[in-house]
Design a protein around this ligand. Structure first.
Ligand code: ADP
Length: 499
């Protein structure tokens, strides 16, 4: 059950920590206060490294560097082709160092090494190549207006972008944020999550090696209420992009409004429905629903965390979902064949156990799991609850852990109503072989992404973002560019009105 206990023995990650300072104006520097904070190995809770702790003064220094690199150049003044070449060189360097970066990511985050090495780092590379391709394809329109005017729109970079990212996919989030901002000619101050500061510093070093000019990308490690809030409030920051919890998203938006009304894009929480219809291929639906929830230890904003199953296939689905969860291999994420590593930290670990307790107390049926895994580190048993009701906390709140909740439904109308009855609207999965059911549910669900007979299919070109309290704006794809551009209308009077 749940892999092997010997997997609890930590395997030493094949990397050392070289970059633990702040990146400001092309230099790795100590925090102004001289303070550091520990970043921990989620497999054991042991300290990996002490990292420079940025605060207001460091944010000020980083914003000043980004401001200068934007106002005086060279970044926005370079040719788009030069910017494209630097981004491509960066992607090549990341590819070359793939395994070393993946090991550092797994060490700091606890995610399975094979996932870091074969999915996430390659995804970062793909995203940067995608955005490099955009750099020289950004242009405005010529517009036909009434009267003797020549009218055009210029699509210009917005300026200094403040970006705040979470800990669940540190490098994929780095790419979603940094890629479009740089392609459009902006400069950046990035605040990484305090749980996972290391990988962004390592890849930023490669960006400098690829020829990124000083001050274009500044990386500040540190905490939310100090460094994060200082970035949100800074009046020289022209735009904010944030990924994290809905509660923090509200604070970010408020700080932006109170300071200089900088525009904000938000990618927030979710409680995404995964709907298994009566005609679904049950075996496939079980496997994909399992993946939709348990992927990345359940630490995904778009996790399929409300598994709605039609009553005709409900018992079969629950039995098979339980069986699949019991087969899930849990253990040291550096070990080959592991599917699940530890949760990120003690706070998340305790929160998940609290929700499991609520589930038991509220009368949901615990099919499997329900406790920590092993005695060391932040591992949790893959857990499945059946007979879950809509008003239970495990069906309403984002648990962000390996806890699958299975709910029963009778017909499409009912499941549409219940699926939409959430303040969130990030994503949904639909399993059906009926075209009309797929199209009807797709149109009725108030969510930013619908996956039909698949889930978590990510691609650089596919837009991602939330309806309702799951966010504002879209990342990835062509849609993401407009977050980092402003439109300037240019109206030139013509002497000869006839033309
Ligand atoms: P989680 O609860 O999953 O850690 P958060 O939304 O708190 O999610 O964190 C996501 C990111 O937001 C992190 O980089 C964190 O440091 C940052 N953050 C947290 N609080 C604030 C805040 N008050 N202002 C700005 N950023 C914050």
């Amino acid at each position: 059950r749940y892999g092997t206990t010997s997997a609890q023995e930590p395997i030493k990650p094949p990397v050392t920590v070289e970059y633990d300072k702040l990146l400001i104006n092309g230099q790795f520097v100590d925090a102004a206060s001289g303070k550091t904070f520990p970043t921990l190995d989620p497999r054991s809770g042991e300290v990996i490294a002490h990292v420079a702790e940025g605060d207001t003064e460091d944010i000020n220094r980083a914003v000043a560097a980004a401001r200068k690199a934007f106002d005086e150049g060279p970044w926005p003044k370079m040719t788009a082709y030069e910017r494209c070449r630097i981004m491509l060189r960066f992607a090549d360097l990341v590819e070359k160092h793939n395994d070393e970066i993946a090991a550092l990511e797994t060490w700091d985050n606890g995610k399975v090494y094979e996932q870091s090495a074969h999915i996430e780092i390659p995804m970062l590379v793909r995203l940067f190549r995608y955005y490099a391709g955009w750099a020289d394809k950004i242009h405005g329109l010529t517009i036909r207006a009434d009267g003797p005017y020549n009218v055009q729109s210029l699509h210009e970079p917005i300026g200094v972008a403040g970006q705040i990212i979470p800990w669940n996919f540190p490098l994929v989030m780095f790419a979603w944020k940094v890629g479009p901002a740089l392609a459009c000619g902006n400069t950046i101050v990035l605040k990484t999550a305090e749980q996972t500061p290391l990988s962004a510093l390592l890849v930023s070093k490669l960006f400098l090696e690829a020829g990124l000019p000083d001050g274009v990308l500044n990386v500040v490690s540190g905490f939310g209420p100090s460094a994060g809030a200082a970035l949100c409030s800074h009046v020289d920051v022209d735009k904010l992009a944030f990924t994290g919890s809905t509660a923090t998203g509200k604070i970010v938006l408020e700080l932006a409004a109170k300071s200089n009304l900088k525009p904000v894009t938000l990618e927030l929480g979710g409680k995404s429905p995964f709907i298994v219809c009566e005609d679904a291929d049950v075996d496939k639906a079980v496997e994909v629903a399992h993946f939709a929830l348990f992927f990345n230890q359940g630490q995904c904003c778009c996790a399929g965390s409300r598994t709605f199953v039609h009553e005709k296939v409900y018992d079969e689905f629950v039995a098979k979902a339980k069986e699949r969860a019991m087969k899930r291999s849990v253990g040291d994420p550096f070990k080959t064949g592991m599917e699940q590593g530890p949760q990120i930290d003690a706070e998340q670990f305790n929160k998940i156990l609290k929700y499991i307790k609520y589930g038991k107390e509220c009368g949901a049926t615990l099919e499997t799991g329900g406790d920590r895994f092993g005695t060391k580190g932040y591992y949790i048993q893959p857990t499945v609850f059946s007979n879950v009701q809509d008003d239970m906390p495990i069906a309403k709140d984002e648990i962000f852990g390996p806890v699958q909740t299975v709910l029963k439904f009778k017909d499409n109308e009912e499941v549409i109503r219940r699926a939409n009855n959430s303040p969130y609207g990030l994503a949904a999965g639909i399993f059906t072989q009926d075209l009309d059911t797929a199209n009807t549910l797709t149109r009725a669900l108030r969510v930013g992404t619908v996956w039909v007979n698949c889930f978590d299919t990510f691609d650089a070109a596919i837009p991602f973002g939330g309806y309702k309290m799951s966010g504002i704006g879209r990342e990835k794809g062509e849609y993401s560019l407009k977050n980092y551009l402003q439109v300037k209308a240019v109206v030139t009077s013509l002497k000869n009105p006839a033309w």
